[in-house]
Write a protein that binds this ligand. Structure first.
Ligand code: NAI
Ligand code: MG
Length: 499
C-alpha cells in the first residue's frame, strides 16, 4: 500500500511516529533548550499531528553558531561539482519520497492532494535547476583604464549564513526555494518553518542529512515568529535573511536587519489584479480566473483576487465564475476528489470570515459562498467555500486588503486606460493577469502593470528558470531564475598590478 492509501484508510503517516519532532542543529537532532514543544494540527480535522520542539532565541543562537562554523569550515572549500552532486542527490531523494512529502504537506496545512501532488515537476525542477546553477556561477574579467598595467576581475562569493523564514502555504516548495540557492552558492542556512506547518521542512532536513549535506550547512529550527523568527532576523551573525510571508512581518524584518545591516530579500503579499476583456476566450478565462484565487483556498501570495471584468460581459462572466466555484469539491485534502481544502488554521478562518462580513457590510453581493462551510465531515475543520463578491468598488476593504482566502472581488471596468490606472492603484505589486485575444492590448498591459509577474491568458505559471518577485510593498529580490542565486552571492573586485 502507498503512503496515501494508508492515510486514506485511517492509517498513520510514517513520519508521524508519535514521538516529538526535534530540530536539526549542526547535524544533530535536538530538543529545544527550553524543553518546550508546540502542537501542529491537521486543519481538515483539528487532529494533533505531532508535538514539535519549540525553538527560541537560545536555539537560534546555537543554530547560527553551527551554520557559521560550517561556513568557515570545509564547506567553503566544497567545489561547484560537489555542491551540484549534493543537490542532485537531494533531488533524487525528494523524488523517491515524493508521495510521502506530498501527504505531509496535505496533512499539515490542508492543501488537497490534487494540488500537492502537482508540485512534483516544480519541486524537482527547482532542485535540478539550482544544481545546474552551482557550476555556472562565475565572475568577470573587466578591462580598466588605469595607468600602468592592472588586471581587474570579479569573484562571486557566498554571502555567508542565511536565515530563511518561510510561511505555511506551500511548505515543500518554500523549503526548497530557500535551501536550493544556499547549497548552489555555498552558503549555510538556518531555516525557521512556519509554526502552522513545520513537518515537511523537518522531513526535508532528514533528506538533506541522508544526501550527505555536511553538518551545520542546513539547520532547521521550528518555533514561533515573535521568538525564533525575530531572533533570527535580528541575529548579528546572520549575513542575509530570505523571507516569505506577510507585509507587516516583512517590515519588522527590515527593521530588525538594521542592527548589522544584513541583506534582506522579501517575498510578500499581494492584491493582484486579474483583468478580463470582452474579447477574451471566455471558455478558458472562466476557470483561469476562478483558479487564480480558489487554488490552495486562496492562500497564495499572487492570487488574482481583484477580478476586473469589462462591463459588457461582467454579469455573464462573473456569474460563470461563481458557478465554477460552486461546482468545486470542498473537503479534506486527503480525499482524491477534493479540489479546495480547508484554511490553514482557526486564525485564518477568523480572518477570512471577518472579511466576508466586511464585504457584505460594504454592500458587496455574494454570488457564491460567503460563509463558513459546516456539516458532515466539515465541522472540525476550517472550511470556507469559493466565494465571488459582485458589485465591488475600488475603495472597499475587500478590494484593497489581502484576504488570503478563496474570495474574489469582482469589479467592472469600461476602457483600457481606466483599468490600467485602477489595477495599479494598490500598495502591492506581485502578480497580475490579462485575458484577451488582442495582442496589442496584451503587450500594452504587460508593460503598464506595476507588478513582478504578468500572466496573459494563463495565471500562476511558474518555472525555476523564470524570476518571481514583487514591486512596491510586495517586496524585493527575486526567487527563481539567474537573479535568485545572485541574492545569495557577494561580488568581490580583485586588482592585480602586473606592470
Ligand atoms: P507571517 O508573515 O506572520 O508568517 C510568516 C513567517 O514569518 C512564519 O514563519 C512566522 O513564524 C514568521 N514570523 C512572524 N512574525 C515574525 C517576526 N516578528 N520576525 C520574524 N519572523 C516572523 O504570516 P501569518 O501570520 O502566518 O499570516 C497572516 C497573513 O499574512 C495571511 O493572512 C496573509 O495575508 C499573509 N501571508 C502571506 C504569505 C505570502 O506567501 N506572501 C504567506 C503567509 C501569510
Ligand atoms: Mg499544521
Amino acid at each position: 500500500m502507498t503512503v496515501i492509501q494508508t492515510l486514506q484508510q485511517g492509517g498513520r503517516h510514517p513520519f508521524l511516529d508519535g514521538k516529538p519532532k526535534r530540530m536539526l542543529i549542526g547535524g544533530k537532532w535536538l530538543e529545544a533548550a527550553s524543553g518546550k514543544t508546540f502542537e501542529t494540527i491537521n486543519p481538515a480535522t483539528g487532529e494533533v499531528l505531532a508535538q514539535v520542539a519549540e525553538g527560541d532565541k537560545e536555539d537560534i543562537d546555537r543554530a547560527v553558531a553551527a551554520a557559521r562554523a560550517a561556513f568557515t569550515g570545509p564547506w567553503s572549500r566544497a567545489t561547484p561539482y560537489e555542491r551540484q552532486a549534493l543537490l542532485l542527490k537531494l533531488a533524487e531523494l525528494v523524488e523517491r519520497d515524493f508521495e510521502e512529502l506530498t501527504a505531509l504537506d496535505t496533512l499539515d496545512m490542508g492543501a488537497p492532494l490534487s494540488r500537492t501532488r502537482n508540485n512534483r515537476a516544480r519541486a524537482l525542477g527547482m532542485l535540478r535547476y539550482y544544481a545546474g546553477q552551482a557550476t555556472s556561477i562565475h565572475g568577470e574579467t573587466i578591462p580598466n583604464s588605469l595607468p600602468g598595467e592592472h588586471v581587474s576581475f570579479t569573484l562571486k562569493e557566498p554571502v555567508g549564513v542565511v536565515g530563511a523564514i518561510i510561511p505555511w502555504n506551500g511548505p515543500l516548495t518554500a523549503t526548497i526555494w530557500k535551501i536550493g540557492p544556499a547549497l548552489a552558492t555555498g552558503c549555510t542556512v538556518v531555516l525557521k518553518p512556519a509554526e502552522e506547518a513545520p513537518l515537511t521542512p523537518l522531513r526535508i532536513a532528514e533528506l538533506c542529512m541522508e544526501a550527505g549535506v555536511p553538518a551545520g550547512v542546513v539547520n532547521v529550527v521550528p518555533g514561533y515568529g515573535e521568538t525564533a523568527g525575530a531572533a533570527l532576523a535580528a541575529h548579528p551573525d546572520v549575513d542575509k535573511v530570505a523571507f516569505t510571508g506577510s507585509c507587516g512581518t516583512g517590515q519588522a524584518i527590515v527593521r530588525a536587519s538594521a542592527g548589522n545591516l544584513k541583506r534582506v530579500s522579501l517575498e510578500l503579499g499581494g492584491k493582484s489584479p486579474d483583468i478580463v476583456f470582452a474579447d477574451a476566450h471566455l471558455e478558458s478565462a472562466v476557470p483561469g480566473a476562478a483558479m487564480a484565487v480558489f487554488a490552495n483556498s486562496g492562500q497564495i501570495c499572487s492570487a488574482g483576487t481583484r477580478l476586473f471584468v469589462e462591463k459588457r460581459v461582467y454579469d455573464e462572466f462573473v456569474g460563470r465564475v461563481a458557478e465554477f466555484g460552486k461546482a468545486l469539491k470542498v473537503g479534506d485534502g486527503l480525499r482524491d476528489e477534493t479540489q479546495v481544502g480547508p484554511l490553514v488554521s482557526a486564525q485564518q478562518l477568523d480572518r477570512v470570515t471577518g472579511y466576508l462580513a466586511i464585504g457584505r457590510q460594504e454592500g458587496a453581493r455574494p454570488l457564491s459562498g460567503g460563509e463558513r462551510l459546516t456539516g458532515e465531515g466539515l465541522d472540525k475543520g476550517y472550511f470556507v467555500p469559493p466565494t465571488v463578491f459582485a458589485d465591488v468598488n475600488d475603495s472597499m476593504r475587500i478590494a484593497q486588503e489581502e484576504i488570503f482566502g478563496p474570495v474574489i472581488s469582482a469589479i467592472p471596468f469600461t476602457d483600457i486606460e481606466e483599468v490600467i490606472a485602477r489595477s495599479n492603484a494598490t500598495t502591492f505589486g506581485l502578480g497580475s493577469g490579462v485575458w484577451t485575444r488582442d495582442v496589442s492590448k496584451a503587450h500594452k498591459l504587460a508593460r503598464a502593470i506595476r507588478a513582478g509577474s504578468v500572466w496573459v491568458n494563463c495565471y500562476q505559471a511558474m518555472d525555476p528558470a523564470v524570476p518571481f518577485g514583487g514591486y512596491k510593498m510586495s517586496g524585493y529580490g527575486r526567487e527563481s531564475g539567474m537573479q535568485h542565486v545572485e541574492e545569495y552571492l557577494n561580488v568581490k573586485a580583485v586588482w592585480i598590478r602586473t606592470g
